[in-house]
Structures are given as structure tokens and as C-alpha cells.
Design a protein around this ligand. Structure first.
Ligand code: NAD
Ligand code: DAU
Length: 336
């Protein structure tokens, strides 16, 4: 099996590449990544010298490049992670989000249409369902209701991918996952931001009242779920992947502070995110029924492992902090 993974140097894509290389001895992986601020080849040092792994530095919006990668590498399966993935950045600067998430996905689908593939798997998100009132949970037929340029772009690319199955019979599958966490997570997102700030005794910025609810999914559980969809799920279908772990943000942050032995007084309420979705909730029933997949990691164990990873990798964190991240942090948090 040969996988073409897009965005394989990012947080989830790199976990997927490491998982495939670890568990499928005969698999080959081609990683196509532009190396934006979020792409980091240090996430892949464990596989970089493996003959089964190839890195291609490039943009999924580049039609000529994407066509030539498809033609020369002849993948069996495309797993499409590459995206601008951060809601706050999409609010500050929507253009790259629209470019990569919509045009990039379109470029890949067009290239895939002309090359025989066993599967084109599109990695989508539970954010397409928008905010959901308790006690309801989204199944795969739940209507879309997007709030940010990020979620709107993901909704568009999700529908576009499905249209290539309906119209062109490209064997597309889509998964919609909840909030991931784990090692190598870029510290612009809630959990790694709070861990790294707390470790440095810096304030922890809580948007609004902190009672927004997210479902937390350990990154390796997500990647196993994607493999389950590719191997056992049906083309033309959508599968939710959630962690069965709904928590208000404030509870997540308190658990991080407790695990690090830091005081709750580090939390600082700041101005809310515009258009902030209140509650995400989804059900995994379809994926579990069809493939037997279930999340394996408990939140407390996953959080402990994540914290230990950040403790053990101060150089990784320091290098991320020394780059473009500093400017983003200033822009996003200075006037909150
Ligand atoms: P990330 O921001 O950590 O990584 C994105 C990767 O894509 C980076 O390596 C980046 O260099 C690459 N990339 C960006 N633009 C590119 C382009 N034009 N061409 C080629 N490569 C490009 O993202 P992530 O958190 O790992 O998310 C991966 C995917 O999973 C995204 O599609 C995201 O929407 C989806 N998702 C994320 C979560 C989450 O909680 N993080 C949950 C559900 C779904
Ligand atoms: O639900 C899946 C989505 O989860 C993915 O599609 C996105 O790619 C991913 O970024 C994530 O989106 P969120 O907006 O939910 O994640 P984020 O970590 O940015 O925020 C989680 C919650 O924490 C949200 O309610 C906003 C809040 N928050 C976030 C940051 C960064 C804060 O209160 N303070 C912060 O500084």
C-alpha cells in the first residue's frame, strides 16, 4: 500500500505517518507538505531516514506539482490532512485558509480524478456542524452550521470531496473528528498553549466565561479511526470520530494546572473569540458499528502523556516559540 499524505509534517498528519510506518511494515508513505508555520520536519525525525518514506516539499494549490506527484508516485490512497487549521488565525487572516482549504482540496481532487486510486480520504472536522444545544449530538446527517472562515472552508471542502464521489465516482471517504490533543501539538491550540504557558508561569488566556464545551480525542485514536475508515469504511460515506469526552474549557485548564502543580490563579479571563461556538458534540456510533473502532485513551491518561512529552521536549517548544509564533501571539492576545 502506498499512501500520499498531505500535511504530514503537521500535528495530526505526522502522527498518522508515524503510525503507518510503525504498524504497516510493507507500506510506503509520500508526504506532500508546504511547511507553513505549522509544518515541522522535526515531527518526523523517527521516519526521515526510512527508505519507505519520501518527503515532497510543495503546495497542494500547485496544480503542476500535484499532478506530477500523483503521476510519478502512483499512490493507492490519498489521505488529505493539509489545511490552515486554526480558528483564531482564520479570523485574523482568512485568505490563506480559503486558498489552502478550498483551492488546495479542489486541486488534489482534480488530480486524483485522473489517476486511479483505491481511496481519497478527506480529513474533516466536527466544526462543520457548528454549536449544538445540549443534550443533542451530531450524527453524520446533522446539518452544517459554520461560524468562522475556518469552519466554513472545511464545510466547503468536505462537500466538494463528497461531490467527487457522487459525480465522478472517485472513491472518496470523509471523517469528521473532534478536538485532537497529544504530543507535537502546535502551542496555538488550547491544550498545548495552556501546558506551555503554565510551565513558564505565564497567564493562561481563557476566552469569555470558559464554559464552551469541546469533545477531546487523543491524536493516535484519531489516526487509528482514519485507518479504520480507509480499510473497512465505505467509499461515498462520512464517519464521525470523537473521543467520548466532553468537557468545558475551564475544566480542561484546571486539570492541566493540577497535573503541573500550578495555581488556578494563572488563569486570566480575556475577550471572547468572535463567533465563538458554544458546544461541539458528536456521536461515533456509525464508525464503531461498521469497523469496531473505539477511542482507547482516557482523557486523564492522554493529558498526562501529553504533559510528559512537553516536559521531555523543551527544545521543540523553544524552537516553535522562537519563530513566527511570537508575532501571532502578540497579535492574537495583545488587545484581548
Ligand atoms: P496543523 O496546522 O498542525 O498542520 C497542517 C499541515 O498542513 C502543516 O504541516 C502545514 O505545513 C501543511 N499545509 C498547510 N497548507 C499547506 C499547503 N497549501 N500545501 C501543503 N501543505 C500545507 O493541522 P492539524 O491540527 O494536524 O490538522 C490536520 C487536519 O485535520 C486539518 O485538515 C484539520 O482541519 C483537521 N482536523 C483537525 C483537528 C484538530 O483538533 N487539530 C480536529 C479535526 C480535524
Ligand atoms: O473541533 C475540531 C477543531 O478543533 C478542529 O477542526 C480545529 O482544527 C482545531 O483547531 C480545534 O478548533 P477549536 O477552535 O475548538 O480549538 P482551539 O484549541 O483553538 O480552542 C479550543 C477551545 O478553547 C475553544 O473554545 C477556544 C478556547 N480557547 C482557545 C485558545 C487558543 C481559549 O479559551 N483560550 C485560548 O487561548
Amino acid at each position: 500500500m502506498k499512501y500520499l499524505v498531505t500535511g504530514g509534517a503537521g500535528f495530526i498528519g505526522s502522527a498518522f505517518v508515524r503510525l503507518v510506518m510503525r504498524t504497516q511494515p510493507s507500506a510506503r508513505v509520500v508526504n506532500l507538505d508546504k511547511l507553513t508555520y505549522a509544518g515541522n520536519l522535526e515531527n518526523l525525525t523517527s521516519v526521515a531516514s526510512d527508505a519507505r518514506y519520501t518527503f515532497v516539499h510543495g503546495d497542494i494549490c500547485d496544480k503542476t506539482l500535484v499532478d506530477s506527484v500523483m503521476r510519478e508516485q502512483k499512490p493507492d490512497v490519498v489521505v488529505h490532512f493539509a489545511a490552515e487549521s486554526h480558528v483564531d488565525r482564520s479570523i485574523l487572516s482568512p485568505a490563506p485558509v480559503i486558498e489552502t482549504n478550498l483551492i488546495g482540496t479542489f486541486t488534489l481532487l482534480e488530480a486524483a480524478r485522473h489517476h486511479g486510486l483505491q481511496r481519497f480520504h478527506h480529513v474533516s472536522t466536527d466544526e462543520v456542524y457548528g454549536s449544538i444545544d445540549s443534550p443533542h449530538e451530531a450524527d453524520e446527517d446533522y446539518p452544517f452550521h459554520t461560524s468562522s472562515p475556518y469552519s466554513a472552508s472545511k464545510a466547503g471542502s468536505d462537500l466538494l470531496a463528497q461531490s467527487y464521489f457522487t459525480t465522478y465516482k472517485l472513491p472518496v471517504s470523509v471523517s469528521r473528528a473532534s478536538n485532537n490533543y497529544g504530543p507535537y501539538h502546535f502551542p496555538e491550540k488550547l491544550i498545548p498553549l495552556m501546558i506551555s504557558n503554565a510551565m513558564q508561569d505565564k497567564p493562561l488566556p481563557i476566552y469569555g466565561d470558559g464554559m464552551q464545551i469541546r469533545d477531546w480525542l487523543y491524536v493516535d485514536d484519531h489516526c487509528r479511526g482514519i485507518l479504520a475508515v480507509i480499510e473497512q469504511g465505505r467509499a461515498g460515506e462520512v464517519y464521525n470520530i470523537g473521543g467520548n469526552c466532553s468537557l468545558p474549557n475551564i475544566e480542561v485548564v484546571k486539570r492541566i494546572l493540577k497535573a503541573l502543580g500550578k495555581p488556578d490563579s494563572l488563569m486570566q479571563t480575556v475577550k471572547d473569540r468572535p463567533g465563538h461556538d458554544r458546544r461541539y458534540a458528536l456521536t461515533n456510533t456509525k464508525l464503531t458499528r461498521e469497523t469496531g473502532w473505539e477511542p482507547q485513551m482516557t482523557f486523564d491518561e492522554g493529558l498526562q502523556q501529553t504533559i510528559e512529552w512537553y516536559r521531555a521536549n523543551p527544545e521543540w517548544v523553544a524552537r516553535v516559540f522562537s519563530g513566527e509564533y511570537r508575532n501571532f501571539y502578540e497579535t492574537n492576545y495583545a488587545n484581548r
